[in-house]
Structure formats: structure tokens, C-alpha cells
Design a protein around this ligand. Structure first.
Ligand SMILES: *[C@@H]1O[C@H](CO)[C@@H](O)[C@H](O)[C@H]1NC(C)=O
Ligand SMILES: *[C@@H]1O[C@H](CO)[C@@H](O)[C@H](O)[C@H]1NC(C)=O
Ligand SMILES: *[C@@H]1O[C@H](CO)[C@@H](O)[C@H](O)[C@H]1NC(C)=O
Ligand SMILES: *[C@@H]1O[C@H](CO)[C@@H](O)[C@H](O)[C@H]1NC(C)=O
Ligand SMILES: *[C@@H]1O[C@H](CO)[C@@H](O)[C@H](O)[C@H]1NC(C)=O
Ligand SMILES: *[C@@H]1O[C@H](CO)[C@@H](O)[C@H](O)[C@H]1NC(C)=O
Length: 419
């Protein structure tokens, strides 16, 4: 509107006929037109931040034909006027072209609304420093002594959206070891509302209160192996010792109470068990006593002969026979029926070598026992034949009870033939 006024003013000054103003019709004089006074300004459209208001005026004219309307006198825009009003910006805002530019922390069309985030809230076990809560303000959280900030941020800022930035902090107790909770020499490590105990060896539990120390042993004997002539032998050993580093009492049990025993042939497990009465933990020492008959030396094989033996027992209780190559035989003083037996004394009986099979010089002195001969020591049929005869003889011999004692092993497959 200011512009319009200026335009009218310029127009006025440059008119050739100043009495005829712009907007007046050609009938102005004819109709005897005259402007009435301006009426008062209307209410401003806005209380602040820039509004508009208008005023009106009427015209008078002669009541003659052709002179009835405002438009008969002047153009309708001369009947009213606009102006700007209430160009008010609060709180230091600056008005510019129908709006306010608001300073820091203010907003709204008149800069009359303050951006306030409100109280950021308290924090448990800590405090908030800072009391300004408007846009751009910062508050700082501080945890109490012995409390650590574990979440969120120390500093928060009031944002344009009237909200505090960041996550609210959490202050947790961090001096948890102050009460010395770890027992028995355990080391305490601070945590957040918890602590960890690092226990010394032998202790466990949240506060190292549990004795988890098993008994400690020393001097557990190695396995003992004895070869003996006699059927039994007294074996003694040094008992292991047990102790508890924590000096609580132990109960020790052993299956051979004396520390020595008269054993016969076989394997025997000797066992000591120490139990700590306080926690029931055990420690065990066990070893094997192996009592064996004396082994026999290898029974030597004679010329042109085969040594056929039970192979399931190669020490005491091994039985052997001799077989001859088909064109050889035993000397007269020897018998095929003879068993060669490894005795408990570790000696072969009747002798440590098998008799030789000798050249058959005289067919008339052929030994009748034709079945104790072989054609080719290592061919299948000879091996099968010798095995068969050997087992038959063994089963009907005075030693056949050995097959009953060694049921599984006593088989044709477990006969050895050495030439
Ligand atoms: C607590 O904070 C202090 C100082 O920053 C730090 O030394 C300590 O290790 C923290 N404690 C825990 C349990 O995080
Ligand atoms: C145990 O053996 C040792 C040495 O071999 C011997 O001196 C001791 O008399 C034996 N003890 C018994 C009870 O046989
Ligand atoms: C156990 O007793 C021994 C000897 O009396 C002592 O040196 C040791 O410190 C004791 N140990 C404990 C855990 O009490
Ligand atoms: C076996 O025969 C060889 C020669 O072939 C001979 O030297 C040896 O003395 C014989 N062995 C026996 C025990 O007769
Ligand atoms: C032969 O005897 C040995 C020793 O007793 C045994 O371990 C093995 O199983 C036996 N073999 C067969 C084929 O029976
Ligand atoms: C010898 O006897 C055993 C059982 O006593 C049997 O399994 C085996 O077959 C017999 N062997 C022979 C050759 O008779």
C-alpha cells in the first residue's frame, strides 16, 4: 500500500491538469462528486508480527440520472486504503516483510514463544548441573562419588524441537570391593554393582569361600612286575602319602591294608583313595602288581624237524612237540609222544632243545609213527596236518585242562609251527 501511495503522489505532481485526480471518472464534475472523509481504520489483522488494516470512504453525488453508483464517480480502488500494522517483534526479533526473525531461544510469528526443554530430570546417585532449560542450554550430569556413569552422556543440550539431546545417564556403584568380600586370599576386582573375586588355587565360589582343594598325593608306586619260581610271593611297596595343603583331615582307604601281600600268579590292582572329609574330594593312587612265572628260554629246533607248540601261553605252561621231515626220523632213544613243557621254574622239561631228526639209514628201523612226519614244513597241507594231530594229542593228554582254562585261545589258529 505504501507503494501505491507513492505512485499516486508521483502521478499527482506530474499531472497536466492537477484537479483531475487518477481514479476519478469523466462524470466526476457532471455528477458533482465529492469524497467523504475516510472512516477509521479497521482492526489490525494481527496483534504482532505484522498485520494489515483497511479504511473506507464514500462519495457524494447529485441525485440526477446516471449518477447513482460509486463507480459513476471514481474507480472502486479509490474507495479504500490498506496499511501495515503491528509490526511488532518481541524479545529482540526483527521485522521484515510480514514476518519476524527471532533471536536465539525464541520462536513463533512474534518471537514471543520461548523454546524450553523443561526440567531434564534427576538421576539416581548423581546430580544435574545447570538450571537453564531453554533452547541451546546445556546441563551436565555428575555421578556421586564411587558411582560411574555407564550409559548416556554427561552433557545434554536443549534442541530446537524443545527436547534434550542424548540418553539419560545411569550412575552405578563402582566401588564394590570396599567391603573386602573375597575370602581366603582372593583378589577383588571392582565391577558395576558387582565384584569379581579371583581366588587362590584350591578356593572357589563367589567369595572364594568354597574349599575345592582335593587331597594331594605323592609317592604313588609304579606298576610292579615279578617273575617267580614259586607259585606265590610276598610283595611289599611303599605306601603313597596324602596331604591337604589346607590342613583339614583326610580319610584314607586301601584295598591291601598292610602295604604288602602274598600274591600268586596274576595281575592285581592295588588302590589307595584319600577323601577330604571337608569337601568330599578324592584323590586316588593305583598301581598293578603283576606276578608272572619265570619265562623259559626259546626251545631250540633240531635239524630236519618242526617245533609245534601251543602259542596261547609262551611262558609257564607252553607245550611243544617235534615233527620230522618225511625222510628223517628220531633216533631210537627219542619218542614222538614226548611233550616238551615250560615249567614254573622257567626251564624246559625234559630238555631245552628238541631232538634232531636224523637220516633214515635203515628202512627196517623206521619209526612206526608215520603221522609225525611232514613233507614240506611250510606248505598248507603239512601245516594243517601237523596242527590237527597236535591238537588231538593235546586234548587227550594230561595237560588238556589247560584248554579248559584258556577256552578262547586254545584253538588251531593259536598253534605255532617253526621249522
Ligand atoms: C569407574 O570409573 C573410574 C574412573 O573413570 C575407573 O577408573 C574405574 O575403573 C571405573 N570402575 C568400573 C567398575 O568400571
Ligand atoms: C619290604 O622290602 C624291603 C626291601 O626290599 C625289606 O627290607 C623289608 O623287610 C620288606 N618288608 C616286608 C614286610 O616284607
Ligand atoms: C598347614 O600346616 C602347615 C604346617 O603346620 C603350615 O605351614 C601351613 O601354613 C598350614 N596351611 C594352612 C592353609 O593353614
Ligand atoms: C645239524 O646239521 C648241521 C649240518 O647240516 C650240523 O653241522 C649240526 O651239527 C646239526 N645239528 C645237530 C644238533 O646235530
Ligand atoms: C592266541 O593266544 C593269544 C594269547 O593268549 C591270544 O591273545 C589270541 O587271541 C589267540 N589267538 C587266536 C587266534 O585265538
Ligand atoms: C580240543 O578241545 C577243545 C575244547 O576242549 C576244542 O575246542 C578243540 O576243537 C579240540 N581240538 C581238537 C583238534 O580236537
Amino acid at each position: 500500500m505504501d507503494n501505491l501511495k507513492a505512485f499516486l503522489l508521483i502521478l499527482c505532481c506530474t499531472c497536466v491538469v492537477p484537479s483531475v485526480l487518477a481514479g476519478r471518472t469523466s462524470k466526476w464534475d457532471h455528477c458533482g462528486c465529492r469524497f467523504a472523509d475516510w472512516q477509521s481504520w479497521s482492526k489490525c489483522s494481527s496483534e504482532c508480527g505484522g498485520g494489515r488494516q483497511t479504511r473506507e470512504r464514500k462519495v457524494w453525488m447529485h441525485t440526477i440520472a446516471g449518477c447513482t453508483e460509486y463507480s459513476d464517480c471514481a474507480s472502486s480502488d479509490t474507495s479504500y486504503e490498506f496499511q501495515n500494522c503491528n509490526k511488532i517483534c518481541y524479545n529482540g526479533g526483527t521485522y521484515s516483510y510480514y514476518s519476524c526473525n527471532c533471536p536465539h531461544r525464541w520462536r513463533g510469528s512474534c518471537c514471543d514463544e520461548e523454546i524450553i526443554c523443561g526440567n531434564p530430570g534427576s538421576v539416581s546417585n548423581g546430580k544435574v548441573v545447570g538450571s537453564e532449560y531453554f533452547y541451546g542450554s546445556t546441563v551436565t550430569y555428575v555421578c556421586n562419588t564411587n558411582y560411574n556413569l555407564t550409559r548416556g552422556s554427561y552433557h545434554q543440550r536443549c534442541g530446537l524441537n524443545a527436547m534434550w539431546t542424548g540418553q539419560k545417564p545411569l550412575c552405578l556403584y563402582a566401588n564394590t570391593c570396599i567391603s573386602n568380600p573375597c575370602q581366603n586370599g582372593g583378589t577383588c576386582v571392582d565391577g558395576l554393582e558387582r565384584y569379581d573375586c579371583k581366588c587362590l588355587a584350591g578356593w572357589d565360589g563367589v567369595n572364594c569361600e568354597l574349599d575345592v582343594q582335593p587331597p594331594i598325593q605323592s609317592g604313588c608306586p609304579n606298576d610292579i612286575v615279578r617273575h617267580i619260581y614259586s607259585p606265590t610271593v610276598v610283595v611289599n611297596w611303599t605306601s603313597p602319602s596324602f596331604f591337604d595343603p589346607m590342613n583339614t583331615s583326610l580319610e584314607i582307604t586301601q584295598n591291601y591294608p598292610k602295604g604288602y601281600w602274598e600274591f600268586h600268579w596274576g595281575d592285581f590292582q592295588v588302590q589307595y583313595v584319600a577323601t577330604k572329609l571337608k569337601n568330599g574330594l578324592r584323590s586316588e593312587c593305583s598301581f598293578t602288581v603283576k606276578i608272572r612265572p619265570m619265562p623259559c628260554l626259546e626251545l631250540s629246533v633240531g635239524n630236519h624237524s618242526a617245533k609245534v607248540c601251543t602259542n596261547w601261553k609262551t611262558d609257564f605252561g607252553q607245550y611243544c612237540m617235534v615233527f620230522c621231515d618225511s625222510s628223517f626220523t628220531l633216533a631210537n632213544e627219542n619218542e614222538f609222544d614226548q611233550w616238551y613243557v615250560c615249567g614254573a621254574s622257567g626251564k624246559w622239561s625234559p630238555s631245552a632243545e628238541l631232538p634232531n631228526c636224523q637220516q633214515q639209514l635203515d628202512p627196517s628201523v623206521i619209526k612206526k609213527r608215520k603221522q609225525y612226519h611232514f613233507s614240506q614244513c611250510n606248505d598248507m597241507s603239512s601245516v594243517n596236518q601237523m596242527t590237527e594231530i597236535f591238537m588231538k594229542r593235546f586234548n587227550s593228554s594230561e595237560f588238556s585242562y589247560f584248554c579248559k582254562n584258556y577256552d578262547k585261545e586254545c584253538s588251531k589258529e593259536n598253534v605255532s609251527i617253526i621249522c
